[in-house]
Design a protein around this ligand. Structure first.
Ligand code: ADP
Ligand code: MG
Length: 329
């Protein structure tokens, strides 16, 4: 069905049917603003991510339902990285000519499924025609008690560096897609349909375990670099400790250069966090409860030492905290 059959307001009505209702939401879609009750004594967290066709995704590679899910998860990932609990979402859509109602329905199906899964409602947004690509702009709100807010700046030399899940899967899938190949199903799923880790973020914040935290969107080295800059520390990463999935490991055995994807590939959406060594014993029970691997991958050192990698034979090399950068020459 053509979008012109519904018109802007018919389309918004259709979106509204999937909005959900967060307990804190006093007024959702339908007025000039949404009204949200910020939980008493907590800070309101706000984050936004843009997804642009041709920059972040290609419609010939991505199912619109996955895209709907991913546009939620990448935002919830930022809420998780601060130790927050997701509250609600705002969806800006720039829709190209020729897009159908069925395509929007499929996108919204994934969006609503993910939002419900994270316990967040869709509380508002804006809908326009795009003269070019599909444009998706999502804003997310979360809440956290002030003393539980986990920033990038709290890390100190001696802290252990830990990461959830596995690294490089999404980047390896993208590499296959760019080469015109079919990625391994697990890798493809990690690329198109990443899970955010709000339960982990909350647990680390609640128990005051993490000294600093960030979600990995631009690549391990780049995002660790943000913690190093903000905290004024350096780091040693243990290459053999990097958690890798089975298909990633198999690709690495065939081609050692694949390691670069675990270090510098983007869109893992895992949590990277630091903690004092006397807190390390808390990780294993937490990993068990969450059913999510939590792995120590290195140690923070003084800032003068920069970022260094240690290989299986104990040899050091220096690394650049480079990752994806939209405006790099
Ligand atoms: P205004 O012109 O006052 O900005 P709109 O007509 O754009 O209002 O939107 C009407 C209502 O629909 C508002 O509550 C707005 O938040 C909501 N809305 C519009 N587009 C979307 C969307 N893509 N997703 C969720 N809510 C939307
Ligand atoms: Mg508007």
């Amino acid at each position: 069905m053509k979008l012109s059959h519904l018109g802007e307001f018919g389309l918004i009505e259709r979106i509204r049917a999937r909005a959900g209702q967060a307990p804190e939401l006093r007024l959702g879609i339908g007025d000039d603003c949404a009204a949200l009750q910020c939980p008493e004594g907590q800070l309101l967290l706000t984050t936004k991510d843009l997804l642009i066709e041709g920059v972040h995704f290609r419609l010939d590679w991505t199912d619109l339902k996955d895209l709907g899910r991913k546009s939620v998860s990448v935002n919830i990932s930022d809420i998780a990285a601060m130790g927050g609990r997701p509250l609600d979402l705002y969806l800006g859509l720039g829709i190209p000519a020729g897009f159908t109602v069925e395509q929007i329905d499929r996108f919204m199906e994934g969006f609503a499924e993910a939002a419900t899964g994270y316990g967040a409602s869709l509380s508002g947004g804006d809908t326009c025609r795009s003269p070019g690509p599909l444009l998706i702009s999502v804003t997310a709100h979360g809440a956290v008690a002030p003393e539980q807010l986990v920033r990038r700046s709290g890390a100190a030399p001696g802290d252990a560096i830990c990461v959830s899940g596995t690294l490089g899967d999404s980047a390896l899938a993208l590499k296959a897609l760019l080469a015109g190949e079919q990625p391994h199903a697990l890798l493809a799923d990690r690329h198109h349909n990443p899970d955010a880790r709000p339960a982990l973020g909350r647990a680390l914040a609640e128990a005051s375990v993490a000294s600093a935290m960030i979600d990995i969107s631009d690549g391990l080295a780049a995002d660790l670099g943000h913690i190093l800059d903000a905290s004024g520390v350096g780091a040693v990463l243990d290459i053999p400790a990097l958690p890798l999935s089975q298909p990633f490991f198999e690709a690495l055995e065939k081609d050692p250069s694949v390691l670069q994807l675990a270090l510098h590939g983007g869109e893992d959406y895992e949590l990277l966090f630091t903690l004092r060594p006397d807190r390390l014993h808390q990780l294993e029970p937490l990993a068990k409860t969450l059913g999510l691997p939590l792995t120590r991958i290195g140690t923070l050192v003084r800032s003068e030492e920069g970022l260094r990698l240690r290989d299986a034979r104990g040899r050091f090399s220096s690394a650049h905290p480079s990752g994806f950068n939209h405006f790099r020459a």
